[in-house]
Design a protein around this ligand. Structure first.
Ligand SMILES: [Zn+2]
Length: 399
């Protein structure tokens, strides 16, 4: 004998007395089946109710294939008769989201011929997947406005079981699984849907709907929405966010876009200035290093290892030394030893060959072209030795 669903007749029933008909576990959790229950078991994209039975926490509600409703408990329950209490705040929130979804689906279908193919009502986000190639901002705004108009029309919502005769006469948004006795939920003349869910008495109780995000999904469009209390909480969060940003930038909320644009412009200018300053500094560094450089065949050869610079910076410095007519044998101590060798165009040195020799000293590899080469190895302690070896190799050609 399946559990009698009290919420079918009265979705507002929050407390009831019932008899335990089965005791056991469901999905590894202690659980009981009742002869009748106001708890809604997960289904139709809506999570199962929570609440208490004799003060013991009901953490989830699920229905099995036989139609029994399993109340999953925080701890085992011994009593044969129980006082049930549904977590009403949470249930009413889901009633708002759930009925809002009915109306949203009806609006999307009647105005844009976009059928709902999937629904998810989550603790945070609710979504409908619409069968339509795309939706513009105008269409989203239109669906939102039409749905709110149905909510504010505040028409009665009726849920009733309908026989096969009448069923065929109703303009159903989605066809039922079978044309037998089936529960139809109607919102005035707006919408008739087969549904076993919990609904408010009037559409007005949904409060309002906001479509807050949408994206292409599986060839259709997934629309994220919030209704009623959630829409208000969402608005509150966003208001606080805007207040924080406006205070941070010292502008009114309406000036936020232009303030952000100004900031981005200022940042871009600063970035360019910084790049120019870095280039001037590099030039200065390069000239200073050349002035103090060793001479090999009257060519200045800068032999240095550097700390605290980025590899990019060392590369640019080496390039600048080459541009100024010199040779750079630079090392960088990071987690491993880095080597960057360059020379001015036309000089008779092969930096690629030189680097291979030096890199082997630090236990690594590297190479490149005659004008520029790069490499490194793990043996940071031998970086100095590697650079000295490279300088000595250069000097070998001296007569
Ligand atoms: Zn429903």
């Amino acid at each position: 004998m399946a559990t009698e669903r009290l919420y079918f007749d009265d979705a507002y029933l929050r407390s009831f007395v019932a008899r335990v008909t089965q005791r056991g576990t469901y999905a590894g959790q202690p659980a009981v089946v009742l002869d009748h229950s106001a708890f809604y078991p997960e289904g139709g994209g809506q999570p199962g109710d929570r609440g208490t039975l004799n003060g013991v926490r009901v953490v989830d509600t699920q229905a099995d294939d036989a139609g029994e409703v399993w109340h999953m408990l925080g701890e085992p329950l011994e009593a044969d008769e129980v006082q049930g209490a549904v977590d009403w705040e949470r249930r009413f929130d889901f009633m708002q989201q759930h009925h809002g979804q009915h109306l949203l689906s009806a609006a999307a279908e009647s105005y844009f011929n976009a059928r709902t193919v999937a629904v998810h009502l989550g603790e945070e986000a609710c979504t409908v997947d619409l069968e339509i190639a795309g939706l513009s901002m105008e269409q989203i705004t239109e669906i939102e406005a039409r749905t709110n108009a149905m909510i504010w029309a505040d028409v009665p919502v009726q849920a009733r079981f309908v026989g096969p005769q009448e069923l065929r006469t109703l303009a159903l948004r989605k066809p039922p699984q079978a044309y037998e006795r089936i529960r139809i939920v109607s919102a005035g003349d707006f919408d008739h849907s087969p549904c076993g869910g919990t609904h408010p008495r009037r559409t007005g109780e949904v409060g309002s709907v906001v479509l807050r995000r949408w994206e292409r999904y599986k060839g259709g469009v997934r629309v994220e929405f919030v209704c009623g209390g959630r829409a208000v909480r969402d608005y509150r969060r966003k208001t606080e966010l805007l207040m924080t940003l406006a205070a941070e930038l010292k502008v009114g909320q309406a000036e936020l876009p232009s303030a952000v644009e100004r900031l981005r412009g200022a940042e871009e200018t600063q970035r360019k200035r910084l790049a120019q300053a870095e280039e001037r500094l590099l030039d200065y560094d390069a000239r200073e290093l050349i002035a103090a450089a060793e001479q090999v065949r009257n060519i200045p050869v800068v032999v240095r290892w550097l700390d605290g610079r980025s590899l990019d910076n060392v590369r640019l410095l080496a390039r600048r030394i080459a541009e100024l007519g010199g040779v750079a044998l630079l090392g960088l101590r990071e987690e491993k030893a880095q080597l960057v060798f360059t020379r001015a165009a036309g000089l008779p040195f092969d930096m690629g060959a030189l680097l291979r020799v030096a890199a082997s000293v630090v236990g690594g590899r590297g190479g490149g072209k005659p004008e520029a080469a790069q490499g490194g190895g793990p043996d940071v302690a031998r970086l100095d030795e590697a650079l000295t070896l490279a300088l000595n190799e250069l000097r070998k050609g001296e007569a």
